[in-house]
Design a protein around this ligand. Structure first.
Ligand code: MRU
Length: 330
């Protein structure tokens, strides 16, 4: 995988052969973004199956259950992680013997990776129709190829708009404290020759008040059956500003990001280390010992969301009804 902590300075690849290394890569944001974390978890379990020297199915399943627990406990908010781990665990349990488990979990993880790209391209196509030629679109955090296996969710829609021949400009927020916007989104869009401008998070209101933004699109880490969306910290503020200025606010996310069981109060918001806020790299930007509150995600209520773009179409308010229909087989 790409070591995203090194971007945009260097494009460096890291190779892992031990599921514990994958767990550490997820914890330390070498890999991040809900779909990318989900697929990395799946590959972590596949590696665990190859690492174990179990001779019997039960023994291997126990080993995998332990590896699953370690991978699951890395980050709590993105539902894709448990989705990916549960899927691979089920494949293992359905297999006859140790050899078949090893073969089938590797195949399943690879298939999950391929499906992710196809899913993002369908989502991109679905969402591209929501935006007009010469629109300027704001995005927050990084919901691009780096946050998935490829193409991206929110940035997938932006790529699809460009591929459809429309001219567009993008405004990317810096997304402090980890700067996924400036380090990753700006990097991806510049790499693809898409017109992108970077703003500090504090300039969201200014750009909207000065009619510089026609629409907003972001990704998601967990979407509830009620339409509540959990995404990178600051998303709620961007959505609130967009509502204030009557600017459409869209979320792009695959069905694997929907959590049809939890209620808002059930969702754990990851709290990350103070050092992310008190300094940038080796530069100290706050006094020693200052108390820091550093939630990595927040919740945007359904009333602030214009639509949710999925691979199976776009759902609109009232979300309780439209999301239920999305998961109701035809
Ligand atoms: O802390 P991160 O970088 O993993 O947070 C990522 C986000 O919030 C993304 O917007 C979300 O995971 C969607 S990625 C397609």
């Amino acid at each position: 995988m790409i070591d995203q902590t090194k971007l945009p300075g260097t494009l460096e690849f890291v190779t892992y052969s031990d599921f514990n290394q994958i767990a550490e890569a997820i914890r330390t944001l070498v890999v991040r973004g809900a779909p990318a974390i989900g697929v990395s978890g799946a590959f972590g379990l596949a590696l665990a199956a190859l690492q174990s020297n179990a001779k019997e199915k039960d023994e291997l399943i126990n080993y995998l259950e332990n590896a699953k627990k370690i991978l699951f406990e890395t980050r709590p908010t993105a539902v894709n992680l448990s989705w990916g781990l549960d899927k691979i665990m089920q494949v293992a349990k359905n297999a006859e013997n140790v050899d078949e488990i090893r073969k089938s979990v590797v195949e399943a993880a690879k298939q999950m990776a391929e499906d992710d790209i196809k899913t993002n391209m369908s989502m991109g196509k679905n969402g591209s129709e929501l935006f007009n030629d010469n629109d300027t679109i704001m995005t927050h955090c990084n919901a691009g190829a780096l946050a998935t296996v490829g193409y991206g969710t929110a940035l997938g829609v932006i790529r699809a708009i460009k591929d459809s021949g429309k001219n567009i400009k993008v405004i990317a927020t810096e997304t402090r404290p980890v700067q996924q916007g400036s380090r990753l989104t700006a990097f991806e869009l510049k790499h693809d020759g898409i017109d992108v401008s970077l703003i500090p998070d504090t300039a969201v209101g200014y750009t909207m008040a000065n009619d510089l933004v026609n629409g907003v699109i972001v990704g998601a880490d967990r979407i509830l059956r009620t339409g509540h969306v959990f995404n990178k910290i600051g998303t709620y503020q961007v959505a609130t500003m967009a509502k204030q200025h009557n600017i459409p606010f869209y979320v792009a996310a695959p069905l694997s990001t929907f959590d049809m069981k939890s209620n808002p109060e059930d969702v754990i918001i990851e709290q990350r280390d103070a050092s992310e806020v008190t300094g940038i790299g080796d530069k100290k930007t706050a006094p020693d010992g200052i108390n820091v509150i550093n939630p990595a995600f927040d919740m945007t209520p359904p009333e602030l969301i214009s639509g949710i773009i999925t691979e199976n179409g776009i759902v609109k308010p009232p979300f309780q009804k439209s999301i239920k229909e999305l998961f109701t087989p035809n």
